[in-house]
Design a protein around this ligand. Structure first.
Ligand SMILES: Cc1cc2nc3c(=O)[nH]c(=O)nc-3n(C[C@H](O)[C@H](O)[C@H](O)COP(=O)(O)OP(=O)(O)OC[C@H]3O[C@@H](n4cnc5c(N)ncnc54)[C@H](O)[C@@H]3O)c2cc1C
Length: 417
């Protein structure tokens, strides 16, 4: 990855050690949420240490079917667990955080959505809001080059496994997208409009294809897309996946920005520091013409899994579009997930979830995969106590305090969200 960073510098981009500093532009290694070389999710870092608290109950393997209301007030949820339905009632407020695809689905199934669309499914509208619209995501387009340099495809050795497990270091701590940077395609922008991720492995076809050779990949994603998609119901069954229509690159602005971004990738690839490592082309546009780059975009776009905006807070164009936060707050419910962001955040992805700087021995948060300190969740079944089932779920910042210091638990959680 050093060669990619050097090549970016040779192409005129500045080096940075901190994407979270005053200036985000530049190239460098990503900061990570890791501990001892492995990923550390928010649940592992904040929720698991708080599992023994008497005022916290975590229920897993439960499917939220719909919201419950007392009049206009959101009062809890109906869940299915082990083929049994039960109701979880909130003492003070319910916080919905099922993600940018499923929060709108649950809202719609509960009668909060575009009235005419709900009626087509026989759902009585409670609140007519453009829930599900305004979907945005980070679309990524990559280049891939074959190399003779050893990459992660051969990293799974006994020695490297021992390094990972015993010392928390070595190539197997890689987060794949180890290095990259933030860039602007033109002057006059308030911030970077595309981001690069570089990986020392043949990561192609959304990572679904088996790496069969040594390759270097790096791709660009649009940080502030203007294309808008939509999430809408497919079925009245809460277990059915909703329809997701992303509409990537449906605006000329997005297409042009991505063409410029891919052209910058090609410039970096041509620099001497990287050219020395390239054995051949694996996934590249036929030329640097707009038409060939667009063709490459058309065939090799993938998501970077950052959907937002489907339950947006505040006005985002059409008058009708949500403001659900206010409506919800007044009605005893809130949204606590990426669906509520009205736009993709400028600083979208400035830390990652693995390890890139392998030489750095500092302890880090460790991840969703394979944290040694995982503890089993405390479970309550549908027929178990209904006391405070909603408290504290997901508010990591507050969960790090001792129970005795936080008499206003509910308020803390609400404020954190
Ligand atoms: C492969 C991958 C890699 C990523 N890497 C990074 C990264 O390196 N850095 C970064 O910043 N972001 C990354 N992201 C994005 C990040 O994970 C999301 O932006 C973030 O998780 C969104 O949080 P959320 O709370 O909105 O939704 P989620 O984290 O998706 O949480 C929603 C939860 O609700 C649950 N749920 C949904 N419907 C129901 C229902 N009906 N009943 C009960 N539960 C339900 C889901 O199971 C899920 O646990 C990555 C995403 C993916 C998929």
């Amino acid at each position: 990855m050093d060669a990619v960073l050097q090549a970016a510098e040779q192409a005129g981009h500045r080096r940075t050690d901190d994407f979270n500093g005053p200036e985000q532009d530049g190239v460098g290694y990503y900061q990570l949420t890791q501990r001892a070389g492995m990923r550390c999710s928010a649940a592992v870092a904040y929720l698991h240490p708080a599992m023994e608290r008497p005022n916290l109950t975590v229920i897993t393997d439960a499917l939220c079917m719909r919201l419950l209301f007392d009049g206009r007030r959101a009062a809890g949820v109906e869940v299915e667990r082990g083929n049994a339905l039960s109701e979880l009632r909130a003492d003070r407020e319910a916080i919905l955080c099922a993600g940018a695809y499923n929060s709108p689905q649950i809202l719609m199934l509960s009668g909060i959505g575009i009235g005419a669309e709900l009626q087509r499914y026989g759902i009585r509208p409670r609140v007519d809001l453009a829930v599900g619209e305004n979907l945005q995501d980070h679309a990524n387009v990559g280049l891939a080059f074959l190399t003779d340099t050893e990459t992660l495809v051969t990293a799974r050795t006994e020695t490297n496994l021992a390094l990972l497990l015993n010392e928390g270091r070595g190539p197997l701590t890689s987060n794949i997208g180890e290095a990259g940077g933030f860039f602007r395609t033109r002057d006059g922008l308030p911030g970077p409009d595309f981001q690069i991720h570089a990986a020392p492995v043949m990561f192609v076809d959304e990572g679904l294809a088996l790496p069969v050779d040594h390759a270097l990949v790096f791709g660009a994603c649009l940080l502030r897309p203007t294309s808008r998609g939509k999430v809408f119901l497919r079925s009245l069954l809460p277990s059915a996946k909703p329809h997701v229509l992303h509409n990537y690159f449906t605006t000329e602005e997005d297409r042009q920005t991505m063409v410029q971004a891919v052209r910058r990738l090609l410039e970096i690839a041509e620099q001497p520091a990287l050219a020395a490592y390239r054995r051949g082309d694996l996934r590249v546009p036929a030329s640097d013409s707009d038409a060939d780059i667009l063709d490459h975009i058309r065939h090799h776009t993938q998501t970077l899994y950052h959907p937002v905006g489907t339950c947006a807070i505040g006005a985002v164009g059409r008058q009708r579009t949500a403001r659900p936060r206010r409506r919800w707050a007044a009605g005893g419910g809130r949204l606590g997930d990426a669906g509520r962001h009205p736009r993709q955040h400028q600083r979208s992805h400035d830390h990652d979830r693995g390890e890139g700087r392998r030489s750095d021995p500092r302890p880090r948060h460790r991840g969703d995969h394979g944290d040694h300190s995982r503890r089993p969740a405390k479970l309550t079944g549908p027929d178990l106590p209904d006391a405070h089932p909603w408290q504290d779920v997901g508010a990591g910042r507050e969960l790090s305090r001792k129970p005795a210091e936080r008499p206003e638990d509910h308020r803390s959680v609400r404020d954190a969200c």
